[in-house]
Write a protein that binds this ligand. Structure first.
Ligand code: SF4
Length: 217
């Protein structure tokens, strides 16, 4: 029985509103779905990063955002607070979001490829990235943003499934391999810009392009 016929049949017994409310809630409760996903892996020990972490750091922000930023992995501050991008690089990103995209941090969705902090903030290995990737894929499937913005080469490796130089990828637009309707955009990781301020102009240029892509005025 189709949706229309189901509603008609339920109208007869006075239950159509209940049906519609349940269906709408089911279709739009992204926060609830994200919570369930997080609950399913918050004690994960599938890769060696579980040994040194304080806690699993899941994505944060507006699940209805047109853009989902994907970084590398939590750092020390993120590991303590249990939220992504809350350290120096995160604060810098927040400033740029407000200056260029006219968006506050709470208006966008931010997450990482690896959900646990690597020891001494080293780059996650390809095995660690691949092991953690199913969580990110499920997360992005729930968010379904217009654009996934990869911050740095580790995010690009996770999303595209191969190692490519971020210098060559930056500013380009690809289709997300798991959902062709979603576009993937690339720029530097904000921590890289803090270490290499001479690349800030390129970072700003990329964010201006991203602003156009998501139709943010
Ligand atoms: S990094 Fe990912 S796969 Fe590894 S332990 Fe943490 S949640 Fe599990």
């Amino acid at each position: 029985m189709g949706r229309r016929e189901t509603i008609k049949a339920l109208e007869v017994i006075g239950l159509s509103e209940v049906y519609l409310k349940t269906k709408i809630e089911k279709e739009t409760d992204k926060a609830g779905l994200l919570k369930k996903l997080f609950e399913s892996f918050k004690d994960c020990s599938k890769c060696s990063l579980y040994r040194s972490r304080r806690q699993v750091v899941f994505g944060d922000g507006n699940p209805y955002s047109p853009v989902a930023f994907v970084g590398e992995a939590p750092g020390e501050e993120e590991d303590v607070q249990g939220k992504p991008f809350v350290g120096r690089a995160g604060k810098y990103l927040n400033r740029k979001l407000e200056e260029i995209l006219n968006m506050k941090r709470e208006q966008v969705y931010i997450t990482n490829v690896c959900k646990c902090r690597p020891p001494a903030n080293r780059k996650p290995t390809s095995v660690e990235i691949a092991t953690c990737l199913p969580y990110l894929r499920q997360e992005l499937q729930i968010i379904k943003p217009k654009v996934i913005c990869c911050l740095g080469s580790t995010a690009a490796e996770g999303i595209l499934g191969k190692k490519l130089s971020i210098t060559r990828l930056r500013g380009q637009l690809f289709s997300y391999p798991y959902d062709q309707k979603i576009k993937v955009f690339f720029t530097y990781h904000p921590a890289y810009i803090l270490r290499n301020p001479r690349s800030e102009a390129e970072f700003v240029e990329d964010l201006e392009k991203l602003k156009e892509l998501i139709g943010q005025s």
